[in-house]
Design a binder for this molecule. Sequence first.
Ligand code: ARG
Length: 469
Amino acid sequence: MSNKMWGGRFGDGPDEIMEEINASIGFDQRFAAQDIQGSKAHCTMLADKGIISKGDADQIITGLDTIARDIDAGQFTFSRSLEDIHMNVENRLSEIAGPAAGRLHTARSRNDQVATDFKLYVRDTIDHLDAQLAALQDAFVTQAETHADTVMPGFTHLQTAQPVTFGHHCLAYVEMLARDRGRFADARKRLNQSPLGAAALAGTSFPIDREQTAAALGFDGPTRNSLDSVSDRDFALETLAAAAITATHLSRFAEEIVVWMSAGFKFIDLPDSLTTGSSIMPQKRNPDAAELVRAKSGRVIAAFTSLSIVMKGLPLAYSKDMQEDKEALFDALDALSLCLAAMTAMAGSLTANKEAMAKAAGGGFSTATDLADWLVRVADLPFRQAHHVTGTLVSKAEEKGVDLHELSLEEMQAVDPAITNDIYSVLSVESSVASRTSLGGTAPSNVRAEANRWRKILAPKRATEGETK
Ligand code: ARG
């Protein structure tokens, strides 16, 4: 049997393999709700413009509501022979609403329909991810409040560099996540134009009102070019690019969790509920969730690459290639959402081992820069010379197997006579971090102020989320 929806010119139905490669219902049923939302807006507009009768529109809307309920309740039978969500819904509508159903597709094509559905789906998903990102920021801010004074080694090249505070480290992620949210917000703003009414590619001769459907669907307005409307998938690419960067950020903290939990560091601990054991080594507690967050960034980044390759070189306007836009995006954004949830749980519940952090913070001559800065500030040495003097002192200490503060004043003065007893006041880890009060620096006073600033930024956002839900 030929296809009910487009089989007019076809003698035969599709080959089994044609049906299999052509069908998208296996994955696009995910945006059934958005498809129905779009159809209702289109139908209402058609009736308002006198393109279809109010009576037909009422029947269509009632039928679409029934279908939405059935799908929600898991009582809808999706059929692969009906190819995609659009035709599955329309076919069922014809069973419920009879001939009126056939009027819904007036002045519309699956090309503008799928672009609309997909935009609505991506927009909803961005809103969900944004709330998750805010929750993760919140968890980091809480850690920052608790650990404004907790010292740890700051690293460059994973070599001990200078002491920092753990709170400051946590707030670094709050900043990264804020930029991630900004990228998603930008993508959302740019995608928020309605393609509905572009029809197949050229627009339509029916007197439709695209402003009306755009407003009904919460878009800022209609898109301006029908060809672009049905061939644009930038919004998906841009969202995936934002997702890839976010996943990259999460993978960095995931790596830090793995490193910090290792026996060589022991900086943090995770609750049992967020670790796993080994089937053979009874002593082990593994940070599997962190490792998986680290790994899943791969599939998120891959999705961006995958869709870029699908879109690359496609002529205008719609090509069936574009049906391949969905699975990678669904997979990537699902993975990201799961990673955000896991990361929020870990960031919120990890405990810092202050003793281990403090001990490591003092190692590796981490206050050498403070010593050099003292020589500049108090003894008026040019920084390059101060750097050289400090380097000599470090190698002296290294030779003796002691820390910088364990060198005697005489030993120090032998390298530079300008050094006085006051030098010892800057060699402790605590004085080092306390002195870093420059804007954006790691001083506990800065961390407290920044945590407080973020708390205020995040708090009202969360309150409004609560209201709309
Ligand atoms: N399932 C299709 C997709 O996801 C819908 C659009 C089909 N349009 C067409 N002209 N065959 O892209």
